[in-house]
Design a protein around this ligand. Structure first.
Ligand SMILES: Nc1ncnc2c1ncn2[C@@H]1O[C@H](COP(=O)(O)OP(=O)(O)OP(=O)(O)O)[C@@H](O)[C@H]1O
Ligand SMILES: [Mg+2]
Length: 349
C-alpha cells in the first residue's frame, strides 16, 4: 500500500505510468481546463495546418502532473506528426542531441521533458537547430577539429519545464509560444475524474466526484490516483456504486483530508499551531518537531500549505495563518502572531 505522502505527491511513480498512459486525453477537445492555453495552442496548430508548415516551437511550463506530457502528445496527434520523446537529463553531450536531431523526419514533433536540465553545449546546439534548422557537427579534436554543417528537416520542438525561471533567456526566446499551465479548479477536476471513471468502468455519483476533486490539490494526476484508491476501497467493501460517503471514508482511511492535506502536511500545521503558538518558527526547528528532514518539509509539505493560505513565510520564520487553526478545528490563541501583529509579509527565501 502507498503511504499517504506518496498518494498526494504530484510526481509519478514508475508503475503508475502505464495506467496514466491509458487515461491520457488524446485530443485538445478531451483535454479538460486550461482554456486559455488550449485556445492559444489550438490557434497555433490551426494556422500551421493552413500554411502547410510545421508548427512553431512550443514551451509548456507548470508544476508536475498538470498535463505537459499529455499536451505534447496531443500536439503531435493534432498535427498528424510522429512524436519523439527525450529529456534534458538524457542529453548530457551535444552529440546526444545531434544524434536525435539528425534522425528526425520532416514535421516530426520532438518533446524534450525537463528541458531546463540539458547541458550547456547541448543547449547551444539547440538554439541553432530551433532557429535555422541546422547544426554544426564537430569532427575531430583540438586544432584538427572541423565543423560540418548539417541541414535538418523542419520540426516542432515542444519543451516542458517545471521551472520556467531556470531557462536561459536565449532559449526561452526561441519558442514561438509559451503555455503556462495553472492548477485546476475543483469543477475541472470533477470532469477529469468523470472521464477517468468512465474509462475504468466505475459507477460514481456526482457528489463523490466533488469529494475526490476537492482533495486532489488542483492536480489531475493526484485526482486520478485518488480515484483508483477509492475504487480499491469500493471493491473490497463490495459497493456497486461509489457515493460521497464512500469516497470520503476511503480517503480518510488513506489519510488524505477534505482539503487534500496528508499526514505530513497536517503534522507540520499541528506542530506549528500547538507547539509554537503559530510561530514564527524556523523551518529546521519545525522539521525536528515533526521528525522529518528539513528538505522534506520545505519541498513536500510547505508549497501546498503556503498555496492554500494555511502557512506563511516571514523573515523571522514560518507562521500559521488563521485558516490553519480553523482547518485543524482549534481556537487561535489571542497572542498568535497573525492575530497580534502586522509583520506578515510574503517572504521569498
Ligand atoms: N487537462 C487534463 N485533462 C484530463 N486529464 C489530464 C489533464 N491533464 C493531466 N491529465 C492526466 O494527469 C496525468 C498526468 O499528466 P501529465 O503526465 O501530462 O503531467 P505532466 O505535466 O507531464 O507532469 P510531470 O511534470 O510530472 O511530467 C495523466 O495521466 C493525464 O491523463
Ligand atoms: Mg511529464
Amino acid at each position: 500500500m502507498n503511504d499517504s505522502t506518496g498518494l498526494t505527491s504530484a510526481g509519478s511513480e514508475p508503475e503508475e505510468r502505464v495506467i496514466e498512459a491509458a487515461l491520457r486525453p488524446r485530443n485538445l477537445d478531451d483535454f479538460v481546463g486550461q482554456s486559455r492555453v488550449r485556445q492559444q495552442l489550438s490557434l497555433v496548430l490551426e494556422a500551421a495546418k493552413i500554411r502547410e508548415r510545421t508548427a512553431d516551437h512550443v514551451l509548456l511550463s507548470g508544476p508536475p502532473g498538470l498535463g505537459k506530457t499529455t499536451l505534447s502528445m496531443i500536439i503531435a496527434a493534432e498535427m498528424n506528426a510522429p512524436l519523439r520523446i527525450s529529456s534534458g537529463p538524457a542529453i548530457q553531450h551535444a552529440g546526444d542531441l545531434a544524434a536525435i536531431l539528425s534522425s528526425l523526419s520532416e514535421g516530426e514533433v520532438l518533446f524534450l521533458d525537463e528541458i531546463h536540465r540539458m547541458s550547456r553545449p547541448a543547449e547551444e546546439m539547440l538554439y541553432m537547430a530551433m532557429e535555422d534548422f541546422r547544426v554544426d557537427i564537430i569532427v575531430g579534436k583540438g586544432a584538427g577539429a572541423t565543423a560540418i554543417p548539417l541541414e535538418l528537416p523542419p520540426f516542432t520542438l515542444v519543451g516542458a519545464t517545471t521551472r520556467a525561471g531556470l531557462l536561459p533567456g536565449p532559449l526561452r526566446d526561441r519558442f514561438g509560444f509559451t503555455g503556462h499551465l495553472e492548477f485546476y479548479a475543483v469543477k475541472e477536476l470533477e470532469l477529469v475524474l468523470r472521464r477517468s471513471a468512465m474509462m475504468l468502468d466505475l459507477s460514481v455519483t456526482s457528489a463523490a466526484f466533488t469529494e475526490i476533486a476537492g482533495r486532489s490539490r488542483g492536480t489531475p494526476r493526484i485526482a486520478n490516483r485518488l480515484l483508483r484508491r477509492v475504487r480499491d476501497w469500493a471493491l473490497v467493501h463490495k459497493l456497486e456504486e461509489i457515493d460521497a460517503k464512500a469516497a470520503a471514508a476511503a480517503l480518510d482511511m488513506y489519510e488524505v483530508d477534505a482539503r487534500g492535506l496528508d499526514r505530513l502536511d497536517r503534522g507540520v500545521l499541528e506542530a506549528l499551531c500547538t507547539k509554537f503558538g503559530g510561530g514564527p518558527v524556523g523551518l529546521s526547528t519545525l522539521a525536528i518537531a515533526v521528525g522529518e528532514e528539513t528538505e522534506t518539509v520545505e519541498t513536500v509539505a510547505e508549497p501546498y500549505l503556503v498555496r492554500e493560505g494555511l502557512m506563511g513565510r516571514t523573515p523571522r520564520g514560518r507562521i500559521a495563518m488563521p485558516g490553519a487553526w480553523e482547518h485543524l478545528g482549534l481556537a487561535m490563541p489571542k497572542d498568535a502572531i497573525f492575530a497580534s501583529a502586522q509583520t506578515y509579509e510574503n517572504d521569498e527565501d
